[in-house]
Design a protein around this ligand. Structure first.
Ligand code: FRU
Length: 490
């Protein structure tokens, strides 16, 4: 008996130790969501319902590389702290569970509701590996599932798939929204080199409305993971935003999130400019889309990696994290409009006291932290984040090119891929001498929101130790402060 109790205690001790260790391994993000173990890619089914933010994600539970996709699941009440939940959707005879979205069907148009309560409905791609192997061009079809318990458990519709592939190899990632003026659902679907819009009265029967984008925007790769929503600009102008992720063909190399601004009338989307615009110019924000059911708030979340090297980055127990959630805003700059990104205000709950940097010399800012920089006279400058292993990452502004940049060339391990771009750069979109820059640093990532997020860049890096020392060039023209950020996994 005593022996048995001792054994139980020992097992308990080891599992407590394992849990304590989990989320504190080398390179493990401390203020970003990452799966407890194994492979993750795109955020899926982002929906807010009854005080809970759901995050489903592309998940392979048996390895740290991509494999047969499931929908992993986590929930949060503040978008900062996450609770891991059981897998929400498993592959079946129709196929793997690829990316998609979730809507709240308030009017029970689908008929899946029970006891007068609206169902949540997931709309996602199923990818048939058997058809793919047979060389068929109709391996990807759209299916649905519903939840009557607020998103905890899901039942697949008995008559899946609901939208059949017309013979387009890349036919995926449905993002669905309610189009109130015509009382119908709109599905925005990535169809190889363009977007195809479909509509439905009940989420089960879909009709093609139109195509967009074959000859507009970036086309260096396949279009994936779109999103469509209305926004009001800071001058009151109303517009529609169409997000289109693309891989490869981004502004660095590999994957990235572009967007179009224009008009949508329930049938067609018309862009109002030919310029290719990017939500995030860095190398490591992909498959970014927004939460549904959040009213006028537009909360954006992306996968913090790049298909060029996502499967070979040097993390052991898990692979990849999400970006910090960001509030999108539409802003007028000169004669044109741009989408800006701002880290969500909820991050205040983990933000420590703000301390001014009084001189340019190094300050220990902690393992994960935030920097605020402002100036009335923007000229070339740089901030160096470093450790005592001589690893460093530099963020700065290059006036001669009017560009923001991240230099991660000496920021740690990078030999795992020749495609791990060392110098990330992006145009300054704002004009004027005033500038505000916010930089969020975690164990293995940096997110730069320059000019209040008009130019945003996300990049990952793999230092042996956290880059917790901050130093600054051209100090006199700038106000610089930093705040430590508390781990969300403690
Ligand atoms: C984007 C993507 C999607 C697809 C999913 C598969 O990263 O390729 O187009 O649905 O990942 O995991």
């Amino acid at each position: 008996m005593l022996k048995r109790i001792a054994l139980v205690l020992l097992v308990l001790k080891f599992s407590v130790a394992a849990i304590a260790q989990q989320y504190h391994e080398q390179y493990r993000p401390q203020i970003h969501f990452s799966p407890p173990a194994h492979w993750m890619n795109d955020p899926n089914g982002l929906v807010y319902y009854k005080g809970i933010y759901h995050l489903f994600y592309q998940y392979y539970p048996n390895a740290t590389v991509w494999g047969p996709m499931h929908w992993g699941h986590a929930t949060s009440t503040d978008l900062v702290h996450w609770k891991n939940k059981p897998i929400a959707l498993y592959p079946d005879s129709i196929g793997l569970i690829f990316s998609g979205s979730v809507v709240v069907d308030y009017q029970n148009t689908s008929g899946f509701g029970r006891n007068g309560r609206p169902p949540l409905v997931a709309i996602f791609t199923q990818h048939s590996q058997a058809r793919e192997k047979a060389g068929r061009n109709d391996a990807q079809n759209q299916s649905i599932a519903y939840s009557n318990d607020g998103g905890n458990t899901w039942t697949k519709y008995a008559h899946n798939p609901v939208l059949l592939n017309p013979g387009i190899t890349d036919f995926r990632d449905p993002k669905v929204m309610w189009y109130a003026p015509q009382k119908k659902w709109i599905m925005t679907l990535a169809t190889k080199d363009r977007i195809t819009f479909y509509s439905s009265k009940n989420l089960k029967k879909w009709t093609k409305e139109s195509e967009f984008g074959q000859d507009l925007g970036a086309h260096g790769g396949v279009w994936e993971c779109p999103d469509l929503f209305p926004m009001t600009a800071n001058d009151g102008k109303k517009m529609w935003v169409l997000i289109v992720n693309i891989n490869p063909g981004g502004p660095q190399s590999g994957s990235a999130t572009q967007y179009f601004l224009g008009d949508f009338n329930g049938k067609t989307f018309t862009a109002n400019s030919k310029e290719t615009k990017w939500v995030d110019w860095g190398a490591d924000e992909y498959a970014g889309v927004t939460y549904s059911n959040t009213g006028n708030r537009r909360i954006f979340l992306g996968w913090m990696s790049n298909w060029q090297y996502a499967t070979v980055v040097p993390t052991k127990e898990w692979r990849s994290a999400m970006t910090v959630p960001r509030d999108l805003k539409l802003k007028k700059v000169g004669a044109d409009y741009y989408v800006s990104s701002k880290p969500i205000g909820e991050l205040n709950s983990i933000t420590g006291q703000s301390l001014f940097l009084n001189d340019s010399a190094g300050k220990q800012a902690g393992n994960q932290y935030e920097l605020y920089i402002s100036t009335e006279k923007l000229k070339s400058f740089s901030v160096t984040l470093s450790n005592d292993n001589n690893e460093k990452l530099i963020v700065g502004y290059d006036q001669s090119k009017n560009e923001w940049y991240i230099d991660r060339g000496n920021a740690g391990e990078s030999g795992f891929s020749k495609d791990f771009e060392k110098y990330i750069h992006a145009p300054r979109i704002a004009s004027g001498l005033h500038s505000d820059i916010r930089i969020i640093v975690d164990a293995a990532s940096v997110e730069v929101f320059a000019d209040n997020g008009l130019t945003t860049m996300t990049s990952i890096f793999f230092p042996q130790k956290p880059l917790s020392k901050v130093s600054f060039s051209q100090f006199d023209r700038f106000k610089v402060s930093y705040s430590k950020l508390k781990s969300i996994w403690k």
